[in-house]
Design a protein around this ligand. Structure first.
Ligand code: ARG
Length: 457
């Protein structure tokens, strides 16, 4: 491509370090689409003849069919997907192929291709996250009234419902989707026509190519356009944050599936056995989702460090932008699919969860609240009285509602038999009917809203 200036070819190591074709061949669809839009514009603007444009478009169609059928050939001498396609075009249609690169550089070409690729990745991620939300809402609906212990510090805190717990993840995923939507909207401008860095003297129509490729318009500064990878970073940041949520959910499944908890039976299809311990059924998929989140955060870090300190405009370091994005997209897609299956196909052991909710004095706050409401005792004092009741129950090895009334009255005479109505786990969750609280009727309202919003999208 640049033989005119060089007396000798590249060394073996130069060929190897320079080649991005092993990974950027993943951009072939976007590269062909952008070349089509570019050559159609060149013809419309009378920069290439209609005949040459037709030959180029025909050649690109043939190449697309070849790539589809046989894959993209990997010739390191051709460095990347852009030169691989252009050289094949020259083989197919001869000299006219050389006109495709008029008013274009690989710098604006790769920036355009990569944006198109990330945009597609965002659309796929969004579809995956929507499916995960469906799974969460379906299980939350079925378990709006299933009682489990709620934790702080992983210590029993107050009873909650499983539906409420699952809907917490629905909210996280909703924020993830909005982050991806933001990223998509911000990145949807076309760098094509920025050429190498300074723009071009050819009378091109950047709005035409932008529109043909589904962009909202052309980018406004050619230097920025060829050296900006914010769109990839935005994607990776959204992916990293999303992967943290998936990892937290995965961790819950790991804990819930453990024998001491026994809250959930995971589907065989997402578990593995042990080669030595016959009884084992391990939550490997959940553990790998937890592990993958670390790698996805690593991808974000990798590209941030690559971009840091690069002067304008394009530098070859930027060729290293693609592997972390491709890797993160692959890991995130797998993680979303695994968690969707885990949520949809797990069996929750609601009896066991309910029993666990009764351990650990989970309704102590309800006793304190009862003292405030029924006996008009200030909350701090009620907290103290309740603490004494918990201490007594603990010393006897019984639950709060198993303490005889007489003993409770000895702690505070203002307690009467109505207190027992407040101490069951059912009463506890039903009482928490503030907006966004865990009461089954509240959870059902949130589930209905979530379903309606998923259906309307
Ligand atoms: N393979 C390069 C990349 O992926 C394409 C752009 C090369 N541009 C250049 N001026 N060498 O970034």
């Amino acid at each position: 491509m640049w033989g005119g200036r060089f007396a000798e070819g590249p060394s073996a190591i130069m060929r190897e370090i320079n080649a991005s074709i092993p990974f950027d061949k993943a951009l072939w669809r976007q590269d062909i689409a952008a070349s089509r839009a570019h050559v159609a514009m060149l013809a419309a603007c009378d920069i290439v003849s209609a005949g040459d444009a037709e030959a180029i478009l025909g050649g690109l169609e043939t190449i697309a069919a070849e790539y589809e059928k046989d894959g993209v050939p990997e010739d390191w001498d051709l460095e990347d997907i852009h030169m691989t396609t252009e050289s094949r075009l020259a083989e197919l249609i001869g000299a006219a192929a050389g006109r495709l690169h008029t008013a274009r550089s690989r710098n604006d070409q790769v920036a355009t291709d990569f944006r198109l690729w990330v945009r597609d990745a965002i659309d796929q991620t969004d579809a995956g996250l929507e499916a995960l939300q469906h799974a969460l809402v379906t299980q939350a609906d079925a378990h709006a009234g299933s009682i489990m212990p709620g934790f702080t510090h992983l210590q029993t805190a107050q009873p909650v419902t499983l539906g409420h717990h699952l809907m917490a993840y629905y909210e996280m995923v909703a924020r993830d989707r909005s982050r991806f939507h933001d990223a998509r909207e911000r990145m949807n401008l076309s760098p094509l026509g920025s050429a190498a860095l300074a723009g071009t003297g050819f009378p091109i129509d950047r709005k035409m190519t932008a529109q043909a490729l589904g962009f909202d318009g052309p980018t406004k500064n050619s230097l920025d356009a060829v050296s900006d990878r914010d769109f990839a970073l935005d994607y990776l940041q959204a992916a990293a944050q999303c992967s943290l949520h998936l990892s937290r959910l995965a961790e819950e499944f790991v804990i819930w599936a453990s024998q001491p908890f026994g809250f959930v039976r995971m589907a065989d299809s997402l578990s593995t056995g042990s080669s030595i311990m016959p009884q084992k059924k391990n939550p490997d998929a959940a553990e790998l989702v937890r592990g993958h989140s670390g790698r996805i955060v690593g991808c974000l870090t990798s590209l941030m460090v690559t971009m840091k300190g690069l002067p304008l405009a394009y530098s070859k370091d930027m060729q290293d932008d693609k592997p972390p994005v491709f890797e993160a997209a692959n890991l995130l897609g797998l993680s979303i699919a695994a968690m969707t299956g885990m949520v949809a196909d797990s069996t929750f052991k609601t009896e066991r969860m309910r029993e666990a909710a009764e351990l650990g004095y989970a309704t102590a706050t309800d006793l304190a609240d009862w003292l405030v409401r029924q006996a008009n005792i200030p909350f701090r004092e009620a907290h103290h009285i309740t603490g004494a009741a918990v201490k007594l129950a603990e010393s006897r090895g019984v639950a709060l509602d198993e303490l005889p009334l007489a003993d409770l009255q000895e702690i505070d005479s203002r307690i009467d038999e109505r207190v027992f109505e407040a101490l069951s786990v059912e009463a506890s969750v039903a009482a928490r009917c503030s907006f966004g609280g865990t009461a089954p009727e509240e959870v059902r309202k949130r589930v209905a809203e979530a379903k309606a919003s998923l259906d309307s999208a």
